[in-house]
Write a protein that binds this ligand. Structure first.
Ligand SMILES: Nc1ncnc2c1ncn2[C@@H]1O[C@H](COP(=O)(O)OP(=O)(O)OP(=O)(O)O)[C@@H](O)[C@H]1O
Ligand SMILES: [Mg+2]
Length: 257
């Protein structure tokens, strides 16, 4: 589904991604784990064409997207829903308008026409209040992003991404800065969403706990290179020092809680 082949990305004379090769299969949830500054966000941005590769190839569903023009990238970007680290909602638009934004812009729907889908998506992220067609949460729909909590904003931002029906979901540190309870909820949400909407997901994170809980496979990056990859079981058995550190840190945190 997503195929990175010897991907290289440089900024000036600094090589940030040093020839990464890995594949994400259709329907999989793959976690990209690594310490700060290893190039995780750069990897996602290269996939959606926000940054361009300096070497290697990127393929999505068999299509080579490495050298596509900006214009030809637009439909690709629409297939890839990206959930950024911070919710990035439009502050002057209501929750409903935020979620309807992509539908209004790309499918030329009116807000009214988009509302059934908005409610469906709110329900998908656990903000629907039961049956989406019977019990819309009018109060929430008409609020502004600043009037709801950070955790709820993250859910709304997820709903907005899912609304346009992406085949691929990309998450950049979806749970950073959230308390353990909300982290767990968002994690389950990612897993349930991926299953329900049959999307392929890449989750960038430095949270080994989250990865162990919901990943089908984990890819560990260090200094722009893959140092380990495998299923949860394989990662738990890894002898790679960075992986052992990540596992020890996750275990210490579990004991703390
Ligand atoms: N647009 C850019 N121009 C120049 N350098 C950049 C640019 N984007 C990222 N970098 C550099 O590339 C390196 C990798 O950045 P990246 O944001 O991918 O790290 P990361 O693994 O996502 O880290 P974190 O966990 O802190 O988010 C960093 O050293 C960063 O300074
Ligand atoms: Mg990052």
């Amino acid at each position: 589904m997503i195929d990175f082949e010897s991907l290289v990305k440089r900024f000036g004379d600094r090589t940030v991604l040093k020839g990464l090769s890995f594949t994400v299969q259709e329907g999989e949830i793959v976690f990209i784990l690594g310490t700060s500054g290893t190039g995780k966000s750069v990897l996602l941005k290269t996939l959606v064409g926000l940054l361009r590769a300096d070497g290697g190839r990127v393929r999505i569903a068999g299509e080579d997207v490495t050298d596509l023009s900006e214009e030809n990238y637009l439909p690709i970007r629409r297939r890839c829903g990206m959930v950024f680290q911070h919710p990035a909602l439009f502050d002057s638009l209501t929750i409903a308008e935020n979620i309807a934004y992509g539908l209004m812009k790309h499918e030329r729907l009116s807000l009214e026409e988009a509302m059934p889908r908005v409610r469906e998506c709110l329900a998908l992220v656990g903000l629907g209040g039961g049956d989406p067609s019977l019990q819309p949460d009018i109060q929430l729909e008409t609020k502004l992003p600043t009037q709801i909590s950070y955790g709820m904003q993250k859910r709304v931002s997820l709903a907005r991404t899912v609304a346009v029906g992406p085949k691929i979901l990309l998450f950049d540190e979806p749970t950073t800065g959230l308390d353990p309870v909300t982290t767990r909820q968002i994690n389950h949400l990612i897993r349930d969403l991926s299953r329900k909407t049959k999307t392929t997901s890449m989750v960038v994170s430095h949270d080994m706990d989250c990865a162990l809980e919901i990943a089908d496979r984990i890819v560990v990056l260090d200094k722009g290179m893959i140092v380990e990859q495998g299923t949860v079981k394989e990662i738990l058995d890894s002898k790679q020092p960075l992986v052992i550190d990540f596992l020890a840190e996750a275990k210490a945190r579990t004991v703390e809680q």
